[in-house]
Design a protein around this ligand. Structure first.
Ligand code: NAD
Length: 320
């Protein structure tokens, strides 16, 4: 299978590429990575790989001419490319609309034209909004609350329309919060870990009671790989099953693993429109595709902290 990986220089996309190259994820004969290299895209996420193990193209998923030529030589597309940080979407929403909606539509229109066999749209559980009790199934309504999640939900609906109207084989994945190595240090876990390495405090939003499900990036990539190979056209698959924690519990766990206490916490004004709780059911992907998360939160978090301790040259230039 000749695979086009968009956003493959970012956190999750580059992890997916590294896991293909190291043999963890099988069945891919060639990889083309397309990435615009925004502030979040880093060639250093890929430069440990043999040069001949993938082709890298710097470019924009909104560029019709480029996407036409790349989809012509691809059997499958996985679209990781996105503006992905909720806080940035609150101050500058336009980039989110352009890349996350228009870019996705551009990719799908040329995937259709050039008869790409399978298109996996990597989405997020944030499209469901917030839930007080229980967990979302794939049938739950889309009620996004931030410009980021609204743009991702829009892309999910574009995906649905390309399947229903044109018969394009699109599969959508909706995953919970990811953590792991190579995550840009604006996101909460690497932000807190790198602050603590520097002896600084960690900024905790509001009362710290917002709940998220934390999934290791390797488990997310295994779920996407299962959807690519065994999923069905037009279907949506939630991916989750890491660990549900509120932000205070997450912070306390990081502080304990790094030998600090609550005096390192600085409470800051809450994010606008901050969703209280996310919780996805991954029952469908487990039952139909045999997906099960493998990495325990304790082990994955410890390894992630150690990665940031050992790879200061990767994150130091990215700290504000
Ligand atoms: P990221 O910000 O680390 O990576 C995004 C990548 O997309 C970057 O390399 C960036 O340069 C590239 N990109 C941005 N705009 C582009 C454009 N117009 N054309 C080409 N490339 C472009 O994000 P991530 O955390 O790796 O997330 C990847 C995908 O997974 C996103 O679609 C995100 O919505 C989704 N997701 C993320 C999480 C999470 O917890 N990080 C959870 C669920 C779903």
């Amino acid at each position: 299978m000749r695979l086009l990986v968009t956003g493959g220089a970012g956190f999750i996309g580059s992890n997916f590429v590294r896991r293909i190259v190291d043999g963890t994820l099988s069945g891919i004969s060639s990889i083309t990575v397309l990435d615009k290299l925004t502030y979040a895209g880093r060639l250093s996420n890929l430069n440990m790989l043999p040069k001949d193990s993938f082709e890298f193209i710097k470019g924009d998923i909104c560029d019709s001419t480029l996407i036409d030529s790349l989809t012509k030589k691809s059997d499958a597309v996985i679209n990781f490319a996105a503006e992905s940080h909720v806080d940035r979407s609150i101050t500058a929403a336009r980039d989110f609309v352009e890349t996350n909606i228009l870019g996705t539509q551009t990719l799908m229109s040329y995937a259709l034209k050039n008869e790409v066999s399978t298109f996996v749209q990597v989405s997020t559980d944030e499209v469901y909004g917030t839930i007080d009790e229980g967990s979302w199934s794939e049938e739950s309504p889309l009620l996004p609350n931030s410009p980021y999640s609204a743009s991702k939900a829009s892309a999910d609906l574009i995906a649905r329309s390309y399947h229903r109207t044109f018969g394009l084989d699109v599969r959508v994945t909706r995953c919970s919060n990811n953590y792991g190595p190579h995550q840009y240090p604006e996101k909460v876990i690497p932000l807190f870990v790198t602050n603590l390495i520097d002896g600084k405090k960690v900024p905790l939003y509001g009362n710290g009671l917002n709940v998220r499900d934390w999934l290791h990036v390797d488990d997310h990539c295994k779920g996407i790989h299962a959807v690519l190979n065994k999923g069905k056209p037009g279907q949506i698959y939630n991916i989750g099953g890491g660990r549900e924690l509120n932000n205070r519990e997450l912070t306390d766990t990081i502080l304990a693993l790094m030998g600090r206490d609550s005096t390192s916490i600085e409470y800051v004004e809450d994010r606008l429109g901050h969703d209280l709780r996310y919780s996805v059911s991954h029952e469908k992907i487990s039952r139909e595709l045999g997906y099960q998360p493998q990495v325990t939160f304790e082990q994955g978090l410890l390894e992630t902290i150690n990665w940031y301790k050992e790879n200061e040259s990767w994150w130091r230039p990215l700290k504000i």
